[in-house]
Design a binder for this molecule. Structure first.
Ligand SMILES: Nc1ncnc2c1ncn2[C@@H]1O[C@H](COP(=O)(O)OP(=O)(O)OP(=O)(O)O)[C@@H](O)[C@H]1O
Length: 236
């Protein structure tokens, strides 16, 4: 019997010879918002792809509420706001939202509510190919929120967002602090992460480390990853 609600046990994964995870472990015991932090290319998107089974681990288990994440459990319990390449360029935002709502048996009013909250209503009937990066980003987040999944993964949700949109997402994430959903958000915007959570998951070496960074995400980031600047050699 375990009191973990989300657990990664002995996860190993490599792209050919590039090891990304080696015996990585992570245990989350409470719902809420968690920041996922690591430098470019360290393996954050890879982790989301492993959780959602878009990639298969070489070793290890990923458990949600004590049970392994099979494809049908991923469909039922995990929402993934990936990058905008998953959108169909010739379909509109409304087409996407209706499709996801139908797949998950969500009510039509949900689409209107989320469109309103994420301010996608103005461009909801426009083809995705004609949307800006920030508009696509807001649509992706609205899509991920349709099923009210137990586990919500957001890969760089603040990418390309203007300050107003950042505030919308920040307010939205704040609401998850008290819900029974588990939200894992990867972001390089450490100031924004600090505003929504102090529960941070750092990619360290080939593992994961859950910490409450009392001194803030940026200070901890510097300790973990920043290399001392090379001194400039002056000639002459
Ligand atoms: N399909 C793939 N085939 C081979 N290598 C890959 C593949 N996808 C990612 N990688 C490599 O794996 C490493 C981890 O990539 P990943 O996209 O998970 O990092 P990330 O932490 O999400 O990066 P970023 O912060 O830049 O988004 C990188 O070195 C990347 O080049």
């Amino acid at each position: 019997m375990t009191d973990s609600i989300f657990q990664i046990k002995g996860l190993s994964f490599a792209y050919r010879r590039q090891v990304i995870y080696e015996q990585a472990n992570l245990t989350l015991t409470a719902p809420g918002v968690y920041g996922l932090i690591g430098p470019n290319g360290s393996g954050k998107s890879t982790l989301f792809n492993l959780i959602t089974r878009l990639l298969r681990p070489a070793k290890g288990m990923i458990l949600l509420d004590g049970a392994g994440l099979t494809p049908s459990r991923v469909f039922a319990s995990v929402a993934y706001a990936q990058d905008s390449s998953v959108l169909y360029p010739y379909l509109t935002g409304r087409d996407h939202l209706r499709f996801v709502a139908r797949q998950h048996g969500a009510a039509a009013e949900k689409i209107a509510k989320l469109s309103d909250e994420l301010e996608v209503t103005d461009f909801i009937d426009r083809g995705v190919a004609r949307l800006s990066l920030g508009q696509k980003q807001r649509l992706l987040i609205a899509l991920a929120l349709v099923p009210e999944s137990r586990l919500l993964l957001m890969d760089e949700p603040l990418n390309g967002l203007d300050p107003d949109s950042v505030i919308i997402i920040r307010d939205l994430l704040a609401e998850f602090k008290t819900s029974d959903q588990i939200v894992i958000v990867s972001s390089h915007n450490l100031d924004e992460l600090d505003k929504v959570t102090d529960q941070l998951i750092f990619k360290v070496d080939h593992g994961l480390s859950l910490e409450t960074a009392a001194e803030g995400a940026e200070a901890r980031y510097a300790e973990l990853y920043r290399h001392p600047r090379k001194k400039l050699v002056r000639h002459g």
